[in-house]
Design a protein around this ligand. Structure first.
Ligand code: MIC
Ligand code: SF4
Length: 639
């Protein structure tokens, strides 16, 4: 029986376990990446593990999220990360170099390797034929310390691409189409593997757009084969020696198959407020827009921005529209400065902002009240733009650029053909990279600014776990809902006590106080609880506030792991209708918690309603140990 590329790469990295779907394996991790808004926690945790030298082939610490530096906090975080990177053999990418995923694709990703990153869009590397996964910061710290990561063997969905894209239809429309079909929870526990004749016409950066936004499916990762286009891309980046050819066996078997005929696709948009709320631009109609933002780790590659420059050349941005462009990397920006594309953008009236995440994570460029913003980004959760009542639509860079000129959401096919983009070769430039120090470990002082506070630690599981329900949520709660990120809060990612006042603030502004008044408590969640970002702050802050367990209909993968790493039990309803019975401030209790959690079946008593609910903990062996010992750090300490 033939093998998928996913299973071939996993198999070549297995350290422990067998490759049977649903069982737990430990794999070797070749590369890691961190970014600054999750990075300070990662490096505090790495320091706490007292590691001499990291075990990966390459680890890079990027600074791209928190670059506004409105106070000392961001710059202190950068200095802290740089000092830890120096001490442990990690490459440091200075602010201004660009967005971690774009940079990793350009400079370090390699076909057939494994990459673990403390950011949910790490699967961007799948565009190069890697197994690239997002994870919580602690998992990335352990991957650096031990060179391994444990996961449940995923199922594999095969997305078979046939046909060829028409002008004005691009990679973003492919992933929006897949999202429309599979939904934001359709990828949980699965890898999405792309094959078929249609693959050959997609460049590595097109592929990376698709695998990047596979994160929005909830998938473990997504990947493409490594072929001639991969070789061309690596050559254009000055590293042809990193190429190897990789593909699935022709008779590979898959758990699910989705066929997509590229010739039939049209320009699409994800409507507010979810990446899977997809319709065609034509059906949505010519809605008036206030802002257009082009960039982010999904669509800020050289070819994306050159397409935009060609559309803007000789044109003028509509008077009612603000267009902002954030290039993906310093290489792309300098190439566009050399070839004049930047001048076309500026001349048309575009605002060029730093090569960083910027507006994608609400760091500036919040739309006006009730404004409509078209973005080439990957997430349009309510409030993420920094304006609570803004409507954000996710579109391709082509659709974004043409709409910036017309002032309304526009289907580019009405405006004639697009000129094709010439491939470029990039000069090797590592001027933004700081290489690790050569001194002995002890000689490199760690720089800790006053905003960097210790992270909370849980205690081992007690036999009776009880508390009041302090929050009941609906389905698809995002980590942006749990622990919002914006220009005001992002500078406090190293300060859990400060952040705790803002937990769930957009959903229930009394949440934090209710936790204080009741010595913590229990959260009741719907389906896909914790989708979105990898930020472990969405687990560490609830831990700090005294949350004991979360009982939900289902959980998103990375957030579930972050809860377990923090020692918070993620329990799943056995009978979904029990969800309807539970109300705010009901008193819940688990008796014989240790025995019950070990057995995997946990009965929860509702003392207020005099009812009982059956739930499952579904913990693997390693996860069970973490819950019993009160989290991953405590488990490591006992070894
Ligand atoms: C995001 O896109 O939500 C982020 C900000 O990149 C997060 C990481 C974070 O919260 O710091 C992610 O995707 O993991
Ligand atoms: Fe940065 Fe946005 Fe990508 Fe997250 S999704 S890494 S905030 S650009």
């Amino acid at each position: 029986m033939g093998k998928s590329l996913t299973y071939k790469i996993l198999e070549s990295h297995i350290v422990e376990g067998t490759l049977d779907s649903g069982s737990e394996i430990t794999i070797k991790i070749d590369q890691t990446l961190t970014q600054d808004s999750t990075g300070t926690m990662v490096y505090l945790q790495l320091e706490a593990m007292n590691v001499e030298k990291i075990k990966t082939e390459i680890s890079v610490a990027y600074i791209d999220h928190n670059t506004l530096q409105t106070g000392f906090e961001n710059a202190d975080d950068h200095a802290f990360i740089k000092s830890v990177a120096q001490r442990h053999g990690i490459l440091f990418s200075k602010p201004g170099n660009g967005i971690c995923h774009q940079l990793h694709l350009e400079n370090y990703g390699k076909p057939g390797k494994t990459l673990l990153g403390s950011d949910s869009h790490t699967p961007t590397g799948g565009g190069l034929g890697m197994i690239a996964m997002g994870a919580g910061g602690l998992d990335v710290a352990v991957a650096m310390a031990e060179g391994t990561y444990s996961l449940i063997v995923p199922k594999v969905i095969n997305v078979k691409l046939t046909g060829k894209l028409n002008p004005w239809v691009s990679a973003k429309d492919i992933i929006l189409y897949v999202l429309k079909n599979l939904s934001v929870k359709g990828g949980v526990g699965k890898v999405v593997e792309y094959t078929g004749d249609g693959v050959a016409a997609l460049s590595v950066t097109d592929r990376a757009t698709i695998t990047n936004m596979g994160a929005e499916l909830g998938a473990t990762t997504s990947l493409f084969p490594s072929d001639k286009n991969t070789e061309d891309y690596l050559r254009s980046q000055g590293r042809p020696e990193d190429y190897i050819a990789l593909s699935a066996d022709p008779d590979a078997t898959y758990d699910e198959i989705l066929e997509v005929n590229l010739s039939e696709l049209e320009p699409l948009a994800a409507k507010p407020h979810s990446p899977d709320n997809v319709d065609s631009v034509k059906n949505i109609g010519e809605i008036k827009i206030d802002q257009v933002a082009i960039g982010s780790c999904t669509n800020s590659s050289y070819s994306d921005l050159m397409k935009v420059a060609n559309i803007l050349k000789g044109k003028k941005i509509h008077p009612d529209v603000s267009l902002v462009i954030s290039p993906g990397s310093s290489k792309i920006l300098s190439k566009m400065a050399e070839n004049g594309a930047l001048a076309h953008m500026i001349h048309a009236g575009a605002r060029i902002i730093e090569n960083a995440c910027g507006p994608c994570i609400g760091m500036g460029q919040a739309p006006k009240s009730g404004g409509v913003s078209l973005r080439s980004f990957n997430r349009n959760f309510k409030g993420r733009s920094g304006t609570a009542d803004a409507d954000v639509y996710l579109v391709s860079p082509e659709t974004a650029a043409i709409s910036a000129i017309t002032g309304v959401l526009s289907d580019g096919r009405k405006f004639g053909n697009l000129s094709s983009i010439k491939d470029e070769t990039f000069e090797y430039n590592d001027n933004f990279i700081v290489y690790p120090g050569i001194q002995e470990k002890g000689d490199i002082p760690i720089e800790m600014g006053p905003n960097i506070k210790p992270f909370p630690l849980n205690k081992s599981l007690t036999n009776v776990v009880q508390g009041k329900v302090v929050l009941k949520t609906g389905d698809n709660i995002t980590t942006d809902d749990i622990m919002p990120s914006n220009a005001k809060l992002l500078p406090y990612r190293s300060n859990i006590p400060f952040l705790s006042k803002y937990c769930f603030i957009g959903i229930d502004e009394d949440f934090s106080k209710r936790c204080d008044d009741n010595e913590g408590g229990i959260i009741i969640g719907g389906d896909n609880y914790g989708q979105g970002s990898s930020r472990e702050h969405a687990a560490l802050v609830p831990l700090y506030l005294g949350i004991k367990f979360i009982l939900a209909k289902s959980f998103a993968r990375i957030h579930r792991s972050n809860l377990i790493n923090s020692g918070i039990i993620p329990l799943v309803f056995e009978n979904l209708q029990d969800y309807d019975h539970i109300q705010l401030l009901d008193e819940l209790i688990i008796e014989n918690a240790i025995d019950q959690v070990k057995k995997g079946k946990v009965t929860i008593k509702n003392k207020t309603k005099n009812e009982t609910y059956a739930s499952q903990s579904n913990l693997s062996e390693l996860e069970l140990e973490m819950i019993l010992k009160g989290g991953k750090i405590n488990t490591i300490k006992t070894k």
